[in-house]
Design a protein around this ligand. Structure first.
Ligand SMILES: Nc1ncnc2c1ncn2[C@@H]1O[C@H](COP(=O)(O)OP(=O)(O)OP(=O)(O)O)[C@@H](O)[C@H]1O
Length: 334
């Protein structure tokens, strides 16, 4: 995936993914934060249960690492149904989707990550499948090709997207419920970290998890990853999760006291020094720092805007006085 949040120099390794999956809460009650979304989902699932039908299709929108995959898994767990995982980039044509849909068991939850990256032909097939639980399959080739209807058992699509604006309206309309996931408050991230520390049997100094939480960009995935790096440090230096271990490990990984990493600082630095504080388009910024535009758009920009260091204007992105101050660059004269 191109738009994953990351620690600098840290690829999303197998062990990283395994680590994440062991930390996923599997019931709605154990899912921390996102109060409103939890209540909305709870209602939707309970109503479906009372009516003995599959829940409406669900779209989860929000930046990476806020818990979309986790929520999809929770929907399957709470409804007692099987879960099938796929992603937009894996559905490059209608046949890819037909293969998935035709092999599903009744009631199954189909999770489509990065649903905005699905091929158009697959998208069109999905409209029909979501609405009528039916697809048309092309059999044969050329003049002899025939469209054969295939009835499907009812199922629930859980779509996840970091870019809901890119979803075509007909697809968006097929979802009975869209949940907009918000960045987490520091106090909520501290609860995520306390849960993780308990699962990993870590001993932490009072306040040290709060310190990690405040540098985690409002994102549980990042909080857990930072804790893992601090745990490494503590292990090697024979300490607990102490304030000293937090400070030293995060410094080593270039995560500053506001949670900005190297890429965030590079983007701000470029915006200020190269483009005189803006306005400049986000794609131009991405190209200038040598990063994927998707990453800058989905990961860097939302965070910098949220902490007030970048602002969006009609002409492009601008650096705020807070950004100058953070990078210790004098503000230009008015
Ligand atoms: N509310 C939460 N409570 C506890 N842990 C959470 C919560 N949200 C996310 N996590 C943890 O953060 C990690 C990332 O979550 P998840 O993979 O669900 O994010 P995502 O939004 O699907 O990200 P992406 O879109 O990049 O795949 C997982 O280890 C998960 O357990």
């Amino acid at each position: 995936m191109t738009d994953q949040p990351r620690l600098p120099e840290m690829a999303e390794s197998e062990s990283e993914l395994e680590f994440e999956s062991t930390l996923r809460p599997n019931r709605l009650d154990d899912f921390i934060g996102q109060e409103k979304v939890r209540k909305q989902l709870d209602l939707l699932l309970r109503a479906a249960e009372i009516q003995n039908r599959t829940p409406d299709h669900i779209l989860l929108a929000g930046p990476p690492g806020l818990g979309k995959t986790t929520l999809a898994m929770i929907v399957a767990e709470e409804t007692g149904q099987a879960l099938r995982l796929t992603s937009g980039p894996a559905l490059q044509n209608a046949a890819d989707l037909a293969a998935v849909l035709s092999s599903m068991v009744p009631g199954e939850v189909l999770f489509i990550d990065e649903i905005h990256r699905m091929a158009r032909t697959a998208e069109e097939m999905l409209y029909l499948a979501m609405e009528d639980f039916r697809i048309d399959i092309m059999v044969g080739k050329g003049a002899g090709a025939q469209s054969v209807p295939l009835e499907l058992s009812p199922f629930t699509v859980v779509g996840a997207t970091t870019r809901s604006g890119l979803l075509p309206a007909p697809l968006r309309d097929r979802f009975g419920f869209t949940a907009h996931l918000e960045f987490y408050q520091d106090e909520e991230l501290e609860r995520v970290l306390t849960r993780t520390a308990t699962l990993l049997e870590l001993v932490s100094e009072p306040g040290s998890l709060a310190e990690i939480a405040s540098r985690s960009r409002g994102t549980p995935r990042i909080a857990n990853r930072l804790l893992r790096r601090v745990r490494d440090y503590a292990l090697v230096h024979g300490t607990d999760i102490s304030h000293e271990a937090v400070a030293a490990a995060l410094q080593l990984y270039d995560v500053d006291e506001r949670g900005l990493d190297r890429l965030d600082r590079a983007v701000l630095d470029t915006l200020i020094r190269r483009f005189r504080g803006g306005p400049v388009g986000v794609r131009t910024l991405a190209v200038t720092v040598g990063e994927e535009p998707d990453t800058v758009e989905a990961v860097v920009e939302p965070f910098l805007v949220r902490i007030g260091m970048m602002a969006r204007t009609q002409q492009g992105r601008i650096a705020t006085p807070e950004a100058y101050e953070h990078l210790s660059i004098p503000l230009p004269p008015l």
